[in-house]
Ligand binder design. Sequence first.
Ligand SMILES: Nc1ncnc2c1ncn2[C@@H]1O[C@H](COP(=O)(O)OP(=O)(O)OP(=O)(O)O)[C@@H](O)[C@H]1O
Ligand SMILES: [Mg+2]
Length: 304
Amino acid sequence: MEIDRSLLTRVVAVINGKGGAGKTSVTANVAGLVAHSGFRVLAVDMDPQGNLGEDLGYTQSDVDDQGRALAAALAFGQPGTPVPSVRPNLDVMIGGHHLDAAAAALAAAKDQTAARLALARVLQPLSEQYDLILIDCPPGIEALQTAAAAAARWALVPAKSDASSRKGMLDVARRLDAVVDLNPGLDLLGVVLFGTGSSAHRIKEEARARIVEALGAEDVVMQATIRHSEATAHAARERGQLVHELEDEARKGPAWWQIRRGEAAAGGAPRTASGVAEDYHALAAEIVAKITDAEAIQQQEVPA
Ligand SMILES: Nc1ncnc2c1ncn2[C@@H]1O[C@H](COP(=O)(O)OP(=O)(O)OP(=O)(O)O)[C@@H](O)[C@H]1O
Ligand SMILES: [Mg+2]
């Protein structure tokens, strides 16, 4: 099966074998912000946990097929059918427990090349409708992570800035190496430090050093980091709202004195949302800039 890589240049796999690294939060919020700024975005949930639906708020809604359509596309070669407009400019291929069966089918397939290229094949005919495609990878499940890495031009790696990050980076590097035969153009877009403490400058710098050491390249850690805020994370997932949407609400919400005087109800969006929203804005801008710069360089290299 031939894959036309020129159709998949704006595909980003958000990947880290470790659980809880921030993959889903980064996918949802970056997808939402880039769509909000006017680009057409597709988010693909490759995780049987289906958490992307919690962040985007479609879990248990009418459109939530728990990954059935995506699983059929991956395992049986059906065409992919994104759910349109979960936000303006943002479509989604929904994940969920049906992907477990798809993963088992891909792992057992006789033609492993076709199995590893299953997602690339699904995305290829859809790609011209989108400016950016983000894939939320599962923490385990090798067959699904491999299919995501084999479909992507870029890997974006969220990582907690804790002591285990070096091992996590080595795992990611191994994962990306494993598809290099099928997808030699796959490149690391960057590592995003996720859930960082605002005062933890030293920890951030140590994490940077470990990541640089593990991946053997200097320019891999993104400038933008996503700060730690449990209140914001909790409110976002509970309400199915993105962080910039929470921030809008917090800004519009009642002042503390209105709540004290009984003039307004408490329980509005957390104040910390605006700092986290700022971080996601910076990250989305950096991602778009990095991809645009790489494309400009590539253009120059193509002989006229
Ligand atoms: N800025 C934040 N600060 C602290 N916690 C956060 C923040 N953003 C998200 N979280 C929480 O951290 C946890 C992990 O985030 P997330 O689900 O994005 O990671 P993941 O890598 O997708 O996890 P999994 O491997 O299970 O798919 C979630 O409980 C989420 O609510
Ligand atoms: Mg996740």
